[in-house]
Design a protein around this ligand. Structure first.
Ligand code: TYM
Length: 371
């Protein structure tokens, strides 16, 4: 089946090597990982496992930093609903980067985008979700003095002035080619990429000196940087933003990414213990039809959504991960106990996150910037 990756839709089995070629990015090499880990003073399993697998100019950002210069992190969320575990992937890594480089983080909540894109959502709803999602961002543990979270409609006075400069240098034919817009696309969405590009240049504008942005995100967001922000940067005399891309945390079904539009495929940060148990019980595995057959033939971890959750988030130790893999393959580990163990790890994780999320309600003012 052919796969599709756009900022609004991810379908099919994604071939990440193909994306590197299609999008013209570079794979993250072992040398680059080593250099980053030296600066950070610790390794991160997202790098070791190549969950963050691709970049553009990340090597140049490291050079820039080593020469004594400042850069800023930039990432975001489209607030169309609750946050799921997939969204946390780039944010967890962004925190690692913030700690490593002591960098400022600019975090955009695109309530405007989700209102204009989704026919069923009101602006009030997306604006509310923006502040709900901000709690999840704060719960990750970013530094309050160095983290600036903004909802587009509350920071429009600042962002709009940058966005119109971007939009003036972007033709409709470019936007169409990059995003696949058609005659049926509303004109708000056609302008919107300029709003998502704007924060790439915000640190430079606020500081009055060259402060390039480094954007950690899944690779679905790449068209904004490749097609718009980087294309206009030179023309506007701003530094080109750099990117570091991650893979998609898969859904709990047979194929496809974890997606908010398919609630059973996703574990949300607001899910109850019961929700987790129910979703994990229903999840697609690489198990056989009967216990007897599984003991005899072994399971197929390569296709198992449960195994993928250990791989992406819930087993950092490479040795223990390969034990899970081998025990499944040999038929020693059955789906029932493997699922029960994962469910209990997810519930532990959510409990901690939900506590931090609750506390974040009192910290919003420390993080939110508005006009
Ligand atoms: P959104 O809300 O679709 O996604 C938020 C962030 O989560 C990533 N992501 C995933 N990562 C791993 N596994 C998944 N299954 C998964 N699903 C989504 C996305 O790549 C993104 O990093 N328009 C944007 C909001 C935005 C933004 C940005 C994102 C504004 N400025 C700068 C990244 C960087 C959006 O709707 O993201």
């Amino acid at each position: 089946m052919v796969f599709k990756v756009t900022p609004w839709e991810v379908k099919g089995k994604v071939d990440y090597n193909k994306l590197i070629n299609q999008f013209g990015t570079k794979p993250i090499t072992d040398d680059l990982i080593e250099e980053l880990e030296k600066i950070a003073g610790k390794s991160h399993f997202f790098l070791r496992r190549k969950i963050f697998f691709s970049h553009r100019d990340f090597d140049n950002i490291i050079k820039w930093y080593k020469a004594g210069n400042e850069f800023a992190l930039y990432t975001g969320r489209g607030p169309s609903g609750n946050t799921h575990l997939g969204h946390l992937l780039p944010w967890i890594f962004t925190k690692y980067l913030q700690d490593a480089f002591d960098a400022e983080l600019y975090f955009q909540l695109t309530d405007d985008e989700k209102f204009m894109y989704n026919p069923d959502l009101t602006l009030e709803q997306t604006h509310n979700f923006a502040y709900e999602n901000a709690l999840d961002v704060i719960a990750i543990g970013f530094k309050p003095k160095k983290t600036f979270i903004f909802a587009n409609t509350d920071y429009a006075n600042t962002l709009y002035k940058i966005a119109i400069k971007v939009a003036k240098k972007t033709t409709f034919s470019t936007a169409k080619a990059v995003f696949g817009f058609t005659n049926e696309t509303n004109t708000g969405m056609i302008f919107f990429p300029a709003m998502q590009a704007a924060p790439c240049f915000l640190p430079t504008i606020l500081k009055g000196k060259e402060v390039p942005a480094l954007i950690p995100a899944a690779i679905d967001q790449d068209p904004y940087w490749r097609g718009i922000a980087r294309a206009v940067a030179d023309k506007l005399n701003y530094p080109k933003p750099a990117q570091i891309h991650c893979m998609f945390l898969p859904g709990l079904g047979e194929e496809g990414k974890m997606s908010a539009s398919d609630p059973d495929s996703a574990i949300f940060t607001t899910d109850s213990e019961k929700d987790v148990d129910k979703k994990i019980a229903k999840a697609f595995t690489g198990g056989r039809a009967t216990v007897e057959e599984q003991k005899r033939k072994g399971g197929i971890p390569e296709v198992c959504s449960i195994y993928k959750y250990y791989y992406f988030l819930f087993e950092e130790d490479d040795k223990k991960l390969s034990e899970i893999f081998n025990n499944c393959r040999s038929g020693n580990l059955l789906c029932k106990e493997c699922k029960a163990e994962l469910a209990s790890r997810i519930k532990r994780f959510l409990k901690k996150h939900q506590d931090a999320r609750e506390k974040a309600k009192d910290k919003l003012d420390l993080f939110i910037v508005k006009d």
